[in-house]
Design a protein around this ligand. Structure first.
Ligand code: CP
Ligand code: NVA
Length: 316
C-alpha cells in the first residue's frame, strides 16, 4: 500500500493508522542510516518552520531544530515570552499569521485544544511537540527504538509504571493499541487513565490484536514484560502536586526488584527523559545494561525529522 502523508498535521496518534505509524518509523530508520553515511537529501529545502514552546524542552526542541537544518529548512524558535499566543492575540489569529509565513508549525504547551486550533486555522501542517494530554512524537521514537532492539514489535508486552494518566501514558496507550503491542498500566488507582480513553484504545486493540490492562499491582503487572517504561511523577505544570505524587507513587518506582520481577533477561528499560533518578527510576536501572534511554533520545531526532519530511517534504 502506498502511504502519502503530505499536508497532514500530527496532533495525536488517534489520527494515524497502524500502517501510517509503521511508515513513519521505517522512514526514520532510513533517514538515520542516511545521516550516519553523510547523505542529506534536503527534502525540506527552502521551508520555514515555526517552533512554539510554552513549556521547556531539550530533546524535542533540538530534534526539530537539527531535523530542519539537516533537511535544508529554517527553524524559528518562538517561546511563550516571544509571542502573544492566547494572551494579547487569539490562537486563531496567531495561527493565521504564522500560516502565511511558515510552511509548518510545531507546538509544545498546555492545551490540546491550542494545537488543534493551530492546525485548523494556520492551513499548514502542525506537529504536536507535547501537550498536557498527549506526546505523539515521543511514541514514534520509542517504537523505533523497540524495533531496533527486538525486530518485530507486534505482540510484545509493554508495561508503563507510574502516573497512568499523564501525557506519556496516554500517548503510549494510543500508540500500542494502534500497532498491536499489549499495553499494561501499573499505577495507583487515583492515577488510572481516563476510562473513555481506555475504552477507545480497547477498540483500536480489537483491530490490531493489542490488549489493554490497567492495574495497581506493579509486581504482577511486570511479569513477562518485554519493555518497562516510566516517566516523571510530576509533569510540567503540575508542580503544586509534588508532595502528594511522591507519596502515592513511591511503590511504583522502577528498581532492580521490578526489573527482576519480569522473569526475563531480555526486558529493556525505557524512559522519555528527563528522568528524576531516585524517584520514578533508580540510578542502577537507568545506567544498567537493560536501559536504552539514550538510543530513545537520539531517535527523537530521526522520528521528528521523518514526521516533517513525510508531511511537508519534497521528493519523498
Ligand atoms: N522527552 C522529551 O520530550 O524531552 P524534552 O522535554 O526535553 O523535549
Ligand atoms: N510527562 C512529562 C513528559 C516530559 C517529556 C511532562 O509532561 O513533563
Amino acid at each position: 500500500m502506498s502511504i502519502n502523508l503530505k499536508g497532514r498535521s500530527f496532533l495525536t496518534l488517534k489520527d494515524y493508522s497502524a500502517e501510517e505509524i509503521e511508515y513513519l518509523i521505517d522512514l526514520a530508520i532510513d533517514l538515520k542510516e542516511k545521516k550516519k553515511k553523510g547523505i542529506f537529501e534536503k527534502h525540506l529545502l527552502n521551508k520555514n518552520v515555526a517552533l512554539i514552546f510554552e513549556k521547556p524542552s531539550t530533546r524535542t526542541r533540538c530534534s526539530f531544530t537539527v531535523g530542519c537544518v539537516d533537511e535544508g529548512a529554517h527553524p524559528e524558535y518562538l517561546s511563550k515570552d516571544d509571542i502573544q499566543l492566547g494572551h494579547k492575540e487569539t490562537v486563531e489569529d496567531t495561527a493565521r499569521v504564522l500560516g502565511r509565513m511558515f510552511d509548518g508549525i510545531e507546538f509544545r504547551g498546555f492545551s490540546q485544544d491550542t494545537v488543534e486550533k493551530l492546525a485548523k486555522y494556520s492551513g499548514v501542517p502542525v506537529w504536536n511537540g507535547l501537550t498536557d494530554e498527549d506526546h505523539p512524537t515521543q511514541v514514534l521514537a520509542d517504537f523505533m527504538t523497540m524495533k531496533e532492539k527486538f525486530g518485530n514489535i507486534k505482540g510484545l508486552k509493554f508495561v508503563y509504571c507510574g502516573d497512568g494518566r499523564n501525557n506519556m501514558s496516554n500517548a503510549l496507550m494510543i500508540g500500542c493499541s494502534k500497532i498491536g503491542v499489549n499495553y499494561v498500566v501499573a499505577s495507583p488507582k487515583s492515577l488510572f487513565p481516563d476510562e473513555n480513553l481506555v475504552e477507545l484504545c480497547k477498540k483500536y486493540g480489537e483491530e490490531s490484536g493489542a490488549s489493554i490492562t490497567v492495574t495497581d499491582d506493579i509486581l504482577k503487572a511486570v511479569e513477562g514484560a518485554d519493555v518497562i517504561y516510566t516517566d516523571v511523577w510530576v509533569s510540567m505544570g503540575e508542580e503544586a502536586k509534588t508532595e502528594e505524587r511522591l507519596k502515592i507513587l513511591k511503590p511504583y518506582q522502577v528498581n532492580e526488584g521490578v526489573m527482576k520481577a519480569t522473569g526475563k533477561e531480555s526486558t529493556i528499560f525505557m524512559h522519555c527523559l528527563p528522568a528524576v533518578r531516585g524517584n520514578e527510576v533508580t540510578n542502577e536501572v537507568l545506567e544498567g545494561p537493560s536501559s536504552v534511554v539514550f538510543d530513545e533520545a537520539e531517535n527523537r531526532m530521526h522520528t521528528i525529522k521523518a514526521v516533517m519530511v513525510a508531511t511537508l517534504g519534497e521528493n519523498i
